[in-house]
Design a protein around this ligand. Structure first.
Ligand code: GTP
Ligand code: MG
Length: 194
């Protein structure tokens, strides 16, 4: 799939701001600092469209990127960032939950985990939620450039075990090396057909 156009239509802090058109949506979720913004830039082939930051917890609102006037890529705020208050964590959780609850245009989820770490409790809650809601998803194991090839394979098996899923639905990904981009674009293409 060619990315011909990208438009940040809205950064929503409230459900009233979600786009009201009928385009399908593909959501990107994951812990704070896992590499969501870098992932989005890599697959859209844009340098710094989604803001990458060294300070975790930057992406607050829900970014709706309209791609090729065909579908939305939805960048959800990262969860699990330790250095924020309980109140803020709760608010983030609620924002994500509201999105999943009311978004009937959501077709597919790309869920990011850091390939160097086992899934956290929050990650497992997220995957269980997707399974229960029967929302199809792929796990993107980010920062694969930080591990050797054999270590990548080992991590994928371990992550699959923790999530109780098949390793076949885990894609190793590197934003810096552009590894996994084509595979992700293929997955997106397959899932934006009505
Ligand atoms: P928040 O919006 O704060 O939740 O973070 P995020 O999930 O959007 O992560 P972001 O893309 O901002 O990246 C966080 C850090 O990880 C940055 O320092 C990136 O440079 C680094 N990073 C992201 N992807 C990769 C990757 O594929 N390889 C390597 N080596 N570093 C990466
Ligand atoms: Mg971000």
């Amino acid at each position: 799939m060619m990315i011909k156009s990208v438009e940040l239509v809205v950064t929503a802090f409230d459900k009233e701001q979600y786009p009201s058109d009928n385009l399908l949506q593909i959501a990107v979720v994951g812990r704070s600092n896992v590499g969501k913004s870098s992932f989005i830039n890599a697959i859209l082939n844009r340098r710094n469209y989604a803001r990458v930051s060294s300070k975790p917890g930057k992406t607050r609102g829900i970014n709706f990127y309209k791609i090729n006037n065909m579908f939305y890529l939805v960048d959800l705020p990262g969860y699990g960032y330790a250095a924020v208050s309980k109140e803020m964590k709760k608010q983030w959780g609620l924002n994500i939950e509201t999105y999943f609850k009311i978004s009937d245009k959501l077709k597919y989820v790309l869920m990011l985990v850091d390939i160097r770490h086992l899934p956290t409790e929050d990650d497992i809650i997220m995957v269980n939620y997707l399974k229960n809601m029967e929302i199809p998803f792929t796990i993107i194991a980010t920062k694969s450039d930080k591990l050797s090839k054999t270590a990548v394979q080992k991590s994928i098996r371990e992550i699959a075990m923790e999530f109780k899923i098949s390793p076949d639905i885990i894609v190793p990904f590197s934003s810096s090396k552009k590894q996994g981009v084509d595979e992700v674009l293929k997955i997106i293409k397959k899932n934006i057909k009505n």
